[in-house]
Design a binder for this molecule. Structure first.
Ligand code: NAP
Length: 281
């Protein structure tokens, strides 16, 4: 059941679990929601125990409270968890990035984040200043690796070119069986340039396990049956079989966490991977 697979993060030496833990909705949605943290911490801890030792959060989630819940979940085991957080698009000037990072570190109760990501591009703030701040944070030991999110191939290249020492380690974008638009340009770009693609909403915000009954879903169901896996497990395995892709499903329900952890450690055969590619085009 545990996730024991890893991929190299970008061009770094970091071994990243192929499945991480999303946190949108943990601690609240756009604003902080107090209450329910105990269960959320329990779900994150179970995910960590099952090998998904990679948590994705953001300063935007629950106005920072998501980062605080993550801090509770990783208490006393910080060193064994890969923590990724994000700076919001309105905070991308040099000074703002430094300030946002300090606030995230304070909420996360840690002295460094493993991956600091630009949450969304902001065309009205030049990427040069943002990346300079990122490099300063790396120099100061507050950030280990630099990532982006929701960047096109062209925007990722521009971010890369604005860096003088480090490279862009990852780009976090929406990717699932039902949302495949990144396959045309961004996925091949990331493959060529060794930028890890972190797939968000990898089970389409719960749509895949719920799902429909038409022909494409029947293909998914018959493959799931063949491997004695669930729809979700097949859909996540289909994603992590692709290079250079890792996925970050979010689950607050303990049964969901266990099910998701069982998506790694086995392999869809090529003909089944291809059948899913064709069914969900
Ligand atoms: P998701 O992971 O595709 O789906 C989450 C939903 O699916 C939750 O309602 C969850 O319910 C349910 N679920 C999880 N596992 C399940 C299972 N095995 N069976 C049935 N239902 C299951 O969607 P997401 O939260 O949008 O994306 C994942 C993470 O990506 C986010 O949490 C966030 O960290 C990140 N993200 C990033 C961006 C960005 O702009 N960079 C945007 C969106 C998301 P329960 O919680 O009740 O278990």
């Amino acid at each position: 059941m545990s996730c024991v697979e890893f991929k190299k993060l970008g061009k770094t030496d970091v071994n990243l679990p192929v499945l991480g833990l999303g946190t949108w909705g943990i601690g609240g949605m756009m604003s902080r929601h107090l209450g329910g943290e105990e269960n959320q911490v329990q779900a994150l801890r179970l995910g960590l125990e099952l090998g998904m030792r990679f948590i994705d959060t953001a300063e935007m989630y629950a106005s920072g409270h998501s980062e605080e819940v993550v801090a509770m979940a990783v208490e006393k085991k910080r060193e064994s968890v890969f923590i990724a957080t994000k700076v919001s698009p309105q905070n991308l000037t040099y000074e703002h990035v430094l300030r946002s990072c300090e606030s995230s570190l304070r909420r996360l109760k840690t002295s460094y984040v493993d991956l600091y990501q630009v949450h969304w591009p902001n065309p009205s703030i030049p990427i040069g200043g943002t990346m300079k701040a990122m490099e300063k944070l790396v120099e100061e030991g507050k950030v280990r690796e630099i990532g982006v999110s929701n960047f096109s191939a062209q925007q990722t290249r521009e971010a890369e070119e604005a860096l003088s020492r480090k490279g862009i380690a990852s780009n976090q974008v929406e990717y699932s069986l039902t949302e495949r638009s990144i396959e045309e340009e961004l996925l091949p770009y990331c493959g060529r340039e060794h930028v890890t693609l972190i797939a968000y909403s990898p089970i389409a915000r719960g749509q895949i396990p719920g799902g429909g009954r038409d022909a494409r879903w029947r293909v998914l169901d018959s493959i799931a049956q063949k491997y004695s896996k669930t729809r979700t497990q097949v859909a996540l395995n289909w994603l992590i079989r692709k290079e250079p892709v890792v996925a970050i499903p979010k689950a607050a329900n303990l049964e969901h966490v266990k099910e998701n952890a069982g998506s790694a450690g086995w392999r869809l055969r090529k003909e089944d991977q291809d059948a899913l590619n064709d069914a969900f085009t």
